[in-house]
Design a protein around this ligand. Structure first.
Ligand SMILES: [Zn+2]
Ligand SMILES: [Zn+2]
Length: 284
């Protein structure tokens, strides 16, 4: 059965009714809408009302943790690509960004939210000589006011040089991974899904979340396994299922996964399906 539920609408209704809001939980994979997640990953243009600011000051959209940036940079290509000090930034928290959104409306600015973890953002670059505007992918850095606002790694208390180190080392993927929305933080398993001994108690949720986080793509060959989530095997690189930090996880398709796996045997049919998807997606 496919469930199509808009939580945003539901939440608006709840607010209108004046009902007290209760934190509730959804298990990934069951209700997450892959199409929406895909659009969000690529970047969605939003208005202030579309963006929630959670208790921790971070942004979310429909229960997904997001980054926010302005597509119109009014900066030239060289600044955006090579001048990290001066190039525009992306935001992780409500450092008065939303206030600016409300003031400026949408007359000339497009605010984009994204869950993209590559650190490369599609923006408009302006050639100030000719006035031409091109869309490019730029390696934007995080906004330093955001870091101050959320006290990221004690940012406010650091000296100038340390602040700069923390700012430069900011890892978009790790940040999104380490700061899921409360809305998303999931329970709990039934008997059927109880994890193996020696695993983090939420290991199976970690697996689901990691698959979504990578947009169901194999870390090795990049094949998209959207709609075939079970063909993406998630494992801890150090073999320790309690170490669920982002950089210790790897998700590989039925073709790329090492063999044998301790907890999974891909059938010939599953490997054939993964092969077919790779061929269809022109991956070799
Ligand atoms: Zn900011
Ligand atoms: Zn693969």
């Amino acid at each position: 059965m496919k469930l199509n539920v808009s939580f945003a609408d539901l939440q608006t209704m709840v607010r209108r009714m004046g009902a007290p809001e209760v934190r509730w939980r959804v298990r990934d994979g069951r209700l997450a809408d892959p199409e929406f997640l895909e659009r969000l990953y690529k970047g969605l243009v939003v208005e202030p009302k579309d963006v929630d600011v959670d208790d921790d000051g971070l942004f979310s959209v429909r229960g997904e943790r997001v980054l926010l940036y302005i597509k119109e940079t009014n900066q030239d290509r060289h600044t955006l690509l090579y001048d990290t000090e001066n190039a525009k930034r992306f935001h992780v928290a409500d450092c008065s960004t939303l206030e600016a959104m409300r003031r400026q409306g949408h007359f000339n600015m497009r605010y984009v939210v994204t869950t993209k973890t590559t650190g490369m953002f599609p923006v408009f670059a302006t050639n100030h000589m000719t006035g031409a505007i091109d869309e490019i992918e730029a390696p934007l850095k995080v906004c330093r006011s955001c870091l101050l606002k959320i006290r990221y790694k004690g940012y406010g208390g650091l000296n100038h040089a340390k602040k700069r180190d923390v700012w430069l080392a900011f890892d978009v993927g790790a940040f999104l991974w380490d700061n899921p929305t409360k809305f998303r933080s999931r329970p709990l398993h039934t008997d059927r899904t109880a994890p193996m001994p020696g695993s983090a108690p939420d290991w199976l949720d970690v697996v689901d979340r990691y698959r979504r986080f990578r947009q169901w793509a194999c870390d090795d060959c990049g094949v998209s396994l959207k709609g075939h989530h079970q063909l993406l095997h998630v494992r801890p690189l150090d073999g320790n299922r309690r170490n669920t930090s982002l950089h210790n996880l790897s998700g590989t398709c039925a073709v790329c996964a090492p063999s044998p796996l301790p907890d999974r045997v891909f059938s010939a049919a599953e490997r054939a399906l993964a092969e077919k998807l790779r061929t269809d997606q022109k991956i070799r």
